[in-house]
Ligand binder design. Sequence first.
Ligand SMILES: Cc1cc2nc3c(=O)[nH]c(=O)nc-3n(C[C@H](O)[C@H](O)[C@H](O)COP(=O)(O)OP(=O)(O)OC[C@H]3O[C@@H](n4cnc5c(N)ncnc54)[C@H](O)[C@@H]3O)c2cc1C
Length: 457
Amino acid sequence: MGNASARIVICGAGLAGISAAYYLAIEHGCENVVIVEQGNPLSLTSDKSTEAYRNWWPGPDSAMTAFMDRSIDLLEGIARATDNRINLNRRGYLFATADRGKIPFLHSMATMAEARGGGPARLHETASSPYVPSPERGFDLALTGADVIIDTGLIRRHFPYLAPETVAVAHARRAGWLSAQQLGMVMLEAIRERGVKLLRGTVVGIDTAGGRVRSVQVEKDGERQSLEATHLVLAAGPMQKEMGDLLGVDLPILAECHLKVSFPDPLGAMRPAPMLIWLDDQHLPWSEEERAALAEDEESRWLLEKFPWGVHGRPEGHGPGSTFIVLFNYSHGLSDVVFPLPEQPHYPEVALRGMATMVPALKAYIGTSARPYVDGGYYIKTRENRPLIGPLPVVGAYISSAYSGFGVMASCAGGELLASHITESPLPDYAPAFLLSRYRDPQYRALLDTWGDGGQL
Ligand SMILES: Cc1cc2nc3c(=O)[nH]c(=O)nc-3n(C[C@H](O)[C@H](O)[C@H](O)COP(=O)(O)OP(=O)(O)OC[C@H]3O[C@@H](n4cnc5c(N)ncnc54)[C@H](O)[C@@H]3O)c2cc1C
């Protein structure tokens, strides 16, 4: 079918749906593209993220690294073309530990990331080792790979805000963050100019008579309309499972609720930092009196227990109005998708104290009246934490989903790949790794048991 006769309906105007429309309309010239969105574009998950990106994907093969490198190339292209309207920086991700026993782990992660194509691992063992810092702004630094620093003097010189107990860091360099909202708006504006329509309403039915997509039923304010379609793209984020059910396809996806919290940072405690990730389990820092009070109260005693590794955060903005963002998924685990998100009243306190273990200057904010702002959403993921991009087993139906905690960084390459599938264009080497049909291979299914989740934050 030619691009001109295709009628493509995309369900969902998050980053997955908008980027699919962008590559279909802008790169391939598809003319009949409609995005159906039940709420406001980008407002369910895609504007709730930490907005960070990385090409650091140590894992069983190089598919994720190649996919993310491509996405970062495309992000950089958009940044260049828009005078960096998307505020892309390249400060990196800094993984840190106070445990000398983790040095071999850090080093092996960096060398595995290198083996997967993420760039060289550089080990810095002395104070005079030539470590190159990342600039606070811009994305022109050509450095890739990761610097593993195990000289504490060098760590302190470049990252003075880290806990003095820090003994090793790995600084992944093709990484940083951007404005996800601006990225979405750049793409949305471009596709509107190309005639892509945004239709407000909820996809409630799909006609698949004869085993292929024929039309999509959309409901708004009690009224139903039917959109003729040759192609349907499911990009429904947290509602993806239900959309699969409408098609009669059982999608192997799971949901995890992840919150994030931002605090004002008038002291600039985190201001020049990269994305910071603490690799150690920890007991939250409490004073003796607080500890005694918590121990007495059965309902809050859990706050004295050991918390898992993985608290992470980053600064946001410049100058006196700057803030910092913290994420601490300490309760790990799958959840049902429920909106509004279930409340976790202790979250801001736990996240702030957890992050203060890594950046002690943040202790100044404990107990102050500065109001934190909490939001978040669902990581929709496959068990091996790789996305689903490509055709579904109903002719004309496609999926772009399961973007877990990487859907901002992956949005460009994900949209590009989906558009290549629909237009039957040449596919990149990583395409098979993201097909739903991968699960039909018994060898693949057996391998999954050995994979873990790729160190998802
Ligand atoms: C706390 C948190 C932190 C994160 N941090 C990062 C990060 O640092 N870097 C990164 O790359 N990623 C991050 N992510 C992940 C990223 O935000 C998501 O992977 C991405 O936003 C998913 O986009 P999406 O388009 O698939 O889903 P969504 O943005 O949820 O969009 C789906 C859309 O489909 C619509 N929809 C659903 N059902 C229907 C229907 N029946 N009819 C019409 N419309 C429908 C919804 O209203 C919604 O607008 C984070 C996520 C969270 C929750």
